[in-house]
Design a protein around this ligand. Structure first.
Ligand SMILES: [Ca+2]
Ligand SMILES: [Ca+2]
Ligand SMILES: [Ca+2]
Ligand SMILES: [Ca+2]
Length: 212
């Protein structure tokens, strides 16, 4: 073989190898990444409205007027007739009042008095405190630092007997009722703003546990 032919053979072999290598590289290319599908667009469909033609909570009705310093309210069946009545504080006049749901549908209300002559009533709650089956009322007074409850003496909201549970809740501000220890009796949860205290009263109403 002439030197020229040997060179040509070598070049041919080298080119063959290069082409084979290139083929190998191409065959090992990772598959191309599919373009991500565009995000689903919002359909803009309105929520099913059924047959409603009115907006929720669009109409109001008045339960009472001239409630001087109207403040906290609660809902409970005060007269045990099966419908929900309203109870509230008239802070300026020092009253706790309840309004009888006369037609059971909120269209007519009759005012009754629970208590009067109490300064700076801050909050109230309704629950069966004495476990006799009717709804009693509890309230706090910020200037009296007091926690009071009223027994629903006749079970229908016509007669009330007051009990003072504390006069040392410094800046008594709010009250809630719940069976905190799950013993079946409703307990009281109160705040004393000026002492930075949150306190609950275990029922029977003789034990307090501070959670400061
Ligand atoms: Ca009722
Ligand atoms: Ca009761
Ligand atoms: Ca009672
Ligand atoms: Ca309890």
């Amino acid at each position: 073989m002439s030197p020229k032919l040997r060179l040509l053979t070598a070049i041919t072999l080298a080119m063959g190898m290069i082409i084979a290598l290139l083929g190998l590289m191409i065959s090992h290319q990772p598959p191309s990444v599919q373009a991500a599908a565009p995000p689903q667009t919002q359909t803009g469909k309105p929520l099913p409205s059924g047959n409603k033609t009115e907006q929720p909570l669009s109409s109001t009705q008045t339960i009472a007027t001239n409630v001087q310093g109207a403040k906290a309210i609660a809902i409970a069946d005060i007269d045990l007739d099966g419908d929900l009545d309203t109870i509230g504080i008239a802070q300026t006049s020092g009253h706790i009042l309840w309004w009888e749901n006369a037609n059971a549908d909120g269209s007519s209300w009759i005012s009754h008095t629970v208590a009067s002559g109490i300064n700076n009533l801050a909050d109230l709650a309704a629950a069966d405190i004495d476990r006799d089956g009717d709804t009693d009322v509890t309230a706090v007074s910020s200037s009296g630092d007091s926690l009071l409850w009223w027994e629903n003496s006749a079970s229908d909201g016509t007669a009330w007997t007051v009990y003072t549970m504390s006069t040392s809740l410094n800046g008594a501000a709010s009250i809630h009722t719940a069976d905190i220890d799950r013993n079946g009796a409703t307990d009281l949860l109160v705040t004393a703003k000026n002492d930075n205290d949150i306190i609950w009263y275990q029922n029977p109403l003789t034990v307090t546990r501070e959670m400061t």
